[in-house]
Design a protein. Structure first.
Length: 429
């Protein structure tokens, strides 16, 4: 007697993917805020002459509403940490954000919606919801420059968020936090590397988001510049090769008419020399001091072409100027630094040979910068042979026509500079 074949076991119940769980958590947070829920419902509505979820301006309004609510929550959280009476049981703080009212007290009681720790968790939930809303927007409209830029800048700003401490002595902790920030800023260390491992994961996530945005927006110079500035400032490995490859990819992807925007940041990152605030060139250089005892010719002054053309500074230059990094016109060292860190200010991170090779490429793009490269070879990199060769090219004026120096240097001053290099370093020259 043959046995009947056994039926196959039932399939396992379907499990929710991590992405669906994240969307569910995001919607659960959004539903609790009436103002944000209106935007969510408008995106899902299919009204006449309405693009629904494919409306860029609807997503931008949605993101702005979440940002406004998040700003109110963050301001309230900072005020709670600064308030000396926050530990008193009878002290209650009321905050309204996104159409929702929060009543916060150290202990739960009738009429109290959140304790301080619960309110802190609520702020983190809104941040995660904001990230998920941005991801949904760029996934539906991957070619929108406005949505990608808004989403990327928000993710970058999360790495600068201060950590709200729950320890006593808020004034002392505030002073210690400021000292910690100043010390990290002086040594060019991103504070998130020493404060939170969660922010380290955020760096990798944000870097991945930049790469995804460049799939469609590789012709947008602003995305490239923000990406390079983000990696140059927050890269935990401090690897100059990573930043250099981003700038090189930008130069390959963008047309030659937009290369000046890339080179403005590229040169600032290589040398640490920030463009002059006024946008002019030759600040600090005196025409009559280049020959004998004057040392003003050793100060490189770059013009801020980006600010002149577009009315604002490029991302890397703006961030470095805000943090006090880099050299201004009157802060550059007048002696040989050889690629080593100066006593204060800019700390070089690019190897000398790498910087020189990129600067030679820039001279092919802008031949008028050969004089500045010769100055850098003399004062910073100790490459006197290359400096003598560059000065000789300028004196021979191989391009023909009347010699014109962008820095106002005369042929007589170049001859004196060339003679000094040959006399002081005869073997290299």
């Amino acid at each position: 007697m043959t046995e009947a074949p056994s039926s196959p076991p039932p399939p396992p119940p379907p499990t929710a993917s991590p992405s669906s769980n994240a969307v569910t958590t995001c919607l659960t947070t959004i539903v609790a805020y009436p103002d944000l829920l209106q935007h969510e419902e408008s995106l899902s509505a299919q009204a006449n002459q309405s693009l629904g979820a494919y409306d860029v301006m609807a997503w931008m309004a949605y993101l702005e509403s979440v940002d406004d609510a998040l700003d109110i929550l963050n301001d309230g959280l900072r005020s709670l940490h600064a308030d000396k009476k926050k530990d008193h049981l009878a002290h209650t703080t009321t905050i309204q954000a996104g159409g929702r009212t929060f009543r916060i007290s150290p202990a739960l009681a009738p009429g109290i919606t959140h304790t301080l720790s619960a309110f802190r968790k609520e702020v983190r939930k809104v941040i995660q919801a904001r990230i998920m809303v941005g991801e949904r927007a760029v996934s539906l409209l991957p070619g929108s420059y406005k949505l990608w830029k808004n989403h990327l800048l928000f993710c970058t700003s999360l790495l600068e968020r201060p950590s709200h401490s729950t320890r006593k002595g808020s004034e002392e902790m505030k002073i210690m936090d400021e000292q910690f920030q100043n010390q990290c800023n002086k040594n060019r260390i991103p504070p998130y590397l020493l404060s939170s491992s969660q922010n380290f994961r955020r760096y990798a996530t944000t870097k991945n988001a930049y790469e995804r945005s460049l799939v469609r927006l590789h012709k947008m110079p602003a995305i490239w510049l923000h990406y390079a500035a983000f990696v140059a400032i927050y890269d935990p490995e401090r690897n100059p090769t990573t930043v250099r490859r981003i700038y090189d990819r930008a130069l390959v992807s963008l047309p030659a008419s937009q290369h000046d925007r890339v080179w403005d940041d590229y040169l600032a990152w290589l040398t640490g020399i920030l463009p002059s605030v006024g946008g002019g060139k030759g600040g600090g250089k005196k025409k009559g001091d280049a020959g004998g005892g004057g040392e003003d010719w050793k100060i490189i002054s770059r013009k801020g072409s980006h600010k002149v053309k577009y009315g604002f500074e490029s991302p890397l230059v703006a961030e470095w100027r805000k943090r006090g990094w880099g050299y201004d016109n009157d802060e550059q060292p007048n002696n040989d630094c050889g690629g080593e860190a100066s006593s204060d200010g800019y700390v070089p991170t690019v190897p000398v040979e790498t910087a020189l090779r990129v600067l030679r490429r820039f001279c092919l793009y802008d031949s008028t910068s050969r004089e500045d490269l010769a100055t850098l070879c003399i004062t910073w990199y100790n490459r006197y042979g290359e400096a003598a060769s560059l000065l000789l090219q300028l004196l021979n004026n191989e391009e023909g026509g009347e010699f014109m120096s962008p820095n106002g240097t005369t042929r007589h001053e170049l001859w004196l500079r060339f003679a000094d290099v040959c006399i002081e370093n005869p073997r290299e020259a």
